[in-house]
Design a protein around this ligand. Sequence first.
Ligand code: CA
Length: 251
Amino acid sequence: MAWPLQLPAAWERDGLILGAMHLLLIEDDAVIARELLLRWRGRGWQVRACASLAEAGSALAGDLSGQAVELVVLDLGLPDGDGVQWLARFRQQDRRTPVIVLTARDRVADRVLGLKIGADDYLVKPFDPEELDARIEALQRRGQVGRGEWLQFGRLRWLGGEGRAYVDLQVLELMPREFEVLGLLISRAPRLLPRRVLIDALAERNLEVGDSAAEVYVSRLRRKLAGSGTTIRTLRGFGYVLALADSGDPG
Ligand code: CA
């Protein structure tokens, strides 16, 4: 495989390589949706825009077969229902994907309710797209983006709620830090997981590791993934990438 990876320029920002995030936008205002789509795609993010809750439901149901949605931006007033109720149901299903709520200024009660039932942040309309981007990036830095309850990559499945990971139907025997590292890697695969994001995200879960220890956990995990059809590549000075193994790879 050609290596090192080519990093798109948009990935490097404030010294942190953010990678192409996978976002779901639920917004029925065509003007706002179009502006955000153009903006985010221009940044190299993968965006799916839905104009109704029904459409969003099918986009999220498709999660398992494709790359998991890492962050939801949710408008509250939608043609087929209320975003607050939708968010409540979403959280009841134990789905932990971060959600940023967009709300009109006259719906202050909604936005308070939204936070109570599990929005990670909110923004009042009309808003500055720069500010929305800043909030998205803040969630990403705190390691909250990419923490869906289950993730899949190739033959690997990672179930946050169960605390287990599988290769096909076989349980992978992992120590807690290895499990978390795998979740972080899968959430970004096949994109780069910056080393700093990895270390910060582990610290956030009270699983502190030093710089060299991070390398140790990654190496152990790499060995445990042998035969899984995936492999962890190290991009020196940047971080790690979980990739599908080539036929010639030991993984
Ligand atoms: Ca609306």
